[in-house]
Design a protein around this ligand. Structure first.
Ligand code: HEC
Ligand code: HEC
Length: 254
């Protein structure tokens, strides 16, 4: 138990150190053209439709369509997902569109749109970071008949895991409230509920298997349907509350 906690502790310290490193914040987006990325997002390119038509004009995702929030997601993670769709390492089994979309873009286009998506979804007032909330309206989902979970039980799993069942705390990789850790651990806080549930089930049944060293498949195989609803209910409304945000532009770092 003590070693486990110790490990956890040092993992999150390392994660925080990485998250505030200006080298990661700036270096990873070198060579991307934000204007080209914006144009692809809003207008599409060639046969590829505008990303906004499914992911929303603000890139915040859509529960009805089951699409994820992309705005403010970690650049390297987005670029990897687009490459994985393009190379059939990840299959879009939800709408069967993302593989075609990614193949229709050049490697440079994919970089450009990933960098643009990383750059949107937040507002600065002075040096204060204000996040636009991308989370789902849980009350509205419940009313429409969607099965949801217990937020406090989800919070316990995210923060502490479940030692008896061998489930690690999600925050040990994804950071506090799932805010994401550059460059490989995606932001899962304030992600859309429907998308969180669908991806956790896909990791669990192996229909999504593009995670390095099976990191997510190993975790998801230990989750029950209830666990999945509980963590998704908590995470979709878990705001970024702490420093160490990997996505603050370099000029805003202390
Ligand atoms: C017709 C609807 C549709 C359009 C248009 C669309 N997407 Fe998607 N996108 C989806 C769906 C559905 C998923 C989830 C698929 C899955 O489960 O793998 C997704 C997933 C993604 C992901 C994975 C995100 C993550 O968190 O893992 C990225 C990145 C992405 N889309 C980028 C784009 C970009 C860039 C465009 C525009 C060039 C675009 N999408 C256009 C429907 C769409
Ligand atoms: C050992 C590290 C690790 C732990 C612990 C972990 N994850 Fe992950 N998770 C990852 C990695 C790495 C990815 C991205 C894989 C990829 O590149 O496609 C990921 C991706 C995800 C995604 C998909 C995000 C997206 O936008 O497509 C979800 C959802 C997720 N994790 C939820 C969880 C939850 C919930 C927990 C806790 C029960 C958890 N993870 C614990 C490493 C981890």
């Amino acid at each position: 138990m003590r070693t486990y906690l110790k490990k956890l502790g040092s993992a999150s310290i390392v994660a925080m150190a990485v998250a505030v490193s200006p080298a990661f914040a700036s270096g990873s987006v070198t060579g991307a053209d934000l204007n080209s990325g914006k144009s692809i997002f809003e207008n599409g390119k060639g046969d590829v439709p505008a990303c906004t038509s499914c992911h929303g004009a603000d890139g915040m995702g859509n529960d009805m369509m089951g699409t994820p929030r992309l705005a403010g997601q970690i650049y390297m993670f987005l670029a990897k997902q687009l490459d994985d769709y393009a190379n059939d390492r990840r299959q879009d089994t939800t709408m069967f569109v993302m593989n075609a979309n990614a193949k229709g873009l050049s490697p440079q286009d994919r970089k450009d749109v990933a960098a643009y998506l990383n750059s949107i979804g937040r507002i600065f007032s002075g040096t204060e970071l204000q996040e636009a909330s991308g989370g789902s309206d849980i009350a509205a989902l419940k009313e429409s008949g969607t099965e949801i979970g217990e937020s406090h039980l989800g919070k316990a799993l995210v923060n502490y895991g479940d030692l008896d069942r061998g489930i690690p705390a999600c925050l040990s990789c994804h950071g506090h409230n799932g805010r994401g850790v550059d460059p490989m651990y995606p932001r899962i806080g304030e992600q859309k509920f429907t998308y969180l549930v669908s991806q956790l089930k896909k990791w669990r049944d192996g229909s999504r298997a593009n995670d390095p060293m099976k990191q997510m498949q190993i975790v998801a195989q230990k989750l029950t349907d209830e666990d999945i609803l509980n963590v998704a209910t908590f995470l979709t409304q878990a705001p970024q509350t702490t420093m160490g945000n990997s996505r603050i532009p370099v000029e805003h770092l202390p």
